[in-house]
Design a protein around this ligand. Structure first.
Ligand SMILES: NC(=O)c1ccc[n+]([C@@H]2O[C@H](COP(=O)([O-])OP(=O)(O)OC[C@H]3O[C@@H](n4cnc5c(N)ncnc54)[C@H](O)[C@@H]3O)[C@@H](O)[C@H]2O)c1
Length: 280
């Protein structure tokens, strides 16, 4: 999507971290911004920053887990702005530090609901409307390096981020006929509030909780500046990149995963050769 100025970007989870970084980067490029976040205070702070850049900003308190709230967001955007050419499904949370069998159901439910259903709700509400707009449209879904490689002790998070990566690649293929493209944002450490994501945990999932984990907190504190990530995302949208890898060393994760997969084909070929008649 080459033309940004004068268009509208809707960003979930824009009240903090990477979402805020994207909101500022797209505002700098002349876009009007819709900040959607469960944290109204954070959303309003970012709304003020966007307005200080001279752009129009609507701040809406939205829980992406609630389909009717995301639908109401889309309705409001279309009635106030006439549409949005860019949707960033970015809101995300995580639990940290437990093996997959030890996590309570409520932790699984929370992370799956926000990170996966939140993205699905964004696509359900916005895609039918975006299809009707003239010109190129773009969706950025925030996945993670945990959506590509192994990420021990954050299993619900990894499951959702693999899901978001798959959804994004599918949308890129499916959306082409409607001039809707899609990028999967795959960051490694970025210095944001992600380690404290339990701060905004909804009552339905047990209410606010400390999710902090010292090791992860130190890793995240040394992470990239989210505003820099926002600018990288902006350029990737202009250049229509399918994946946005913020960290160079993620390449090793990709290589490692596909090497392990290819090695499994060698093993399977040897097994088939030893067991003729059982394969195609
Ligand atoms: N920070 C990292 O190192 C990192 C790495 C890879 C991927 N990510 C992903 O980046 C995205 C943004 O996270 P961040 O790191 O900026 O963290 P953050 O906590 O700073 O920002 C996340 C925002 O999402 C909002 N949010 C949480 N639940 C919500 C809900 N139900 N509905 C609407 N908004 C909700 C929060 O209020 C917050 O403003 C997430 O999807 C996260 O998984 C982050």
């Amino acid at each position: 999507m080459k033309e940004l100025a004068g268009r509208v970007a809707v960003i979930t989870g824009a009240g903090s971290g990477i979402g805020r970084g994207m909101a500022l980067a797209f505002a700098e490029a002349g876009m009007d911004i819709v900040v959607a976040d469960i944290d109204d205070e954070g959303g309003r702070r970012v709304g003020k920053e966007v307005e200080d850049l001279g752009r129009r900003c609507v701040v809406k308190q939205v829980d992406v887990v609630k389909r009717d709230e995301v639908e109401a967001l889309a309705e409001q955007v279309w009635s106030e702005f006439g549409g949005a050419h860019l949707l960033c499904n970015n809101a995300g949370v995580s639990t940290f530090g437990m093996m997959c069998d030890g996590l309570p159901d409520r932790d699984w439910d929370w992370v799956l609901a926000v990170n996966l259903h939140g993205v699905i709700h964004g696509l359900q509400a916005f895609l039918p409307r975006m299809k009707e707009l003239e010109g190129d449209k773009h969706v950025v879904n925030t996945s993670s390096t945990a959506g590509i490689g192994t990420a021990p002790f954050v299993s619900p998070y990894a499951a959702t981020k693999h899901g978001v990566l798959g959804l994004s690649e599918n949308l890129r293929a499916e959306g082409a006929a409607h001039r809707i493209s899609c990028s999967a944002l795959c960051p490694s450490g970025v210095n944001t509030g992600i380690v404290e994501s339990g701060r905004n945990r909804q009552a339905d999932f047990g209410g606010p909780a400390g999710t902090g984990n010292d090791t992860v907190a130190k890793f995240i504190a040394k992470g990239l500046d989210p505003e820099w990530v926002g600018r990288m995302v902006r350029q990737a949208v202009i250049d229509d990149q399918p994946f946005i890898f913020t960290h160079a060393d993620t390449r090793e994760l990709v290589d490692d995963r596909y090497e392990r997969m290819k090695a499994s084909f060698d093993w399977a070929t040897a097994w088939r050769d030893a067991n003729p008649g059982e394969s195609e």
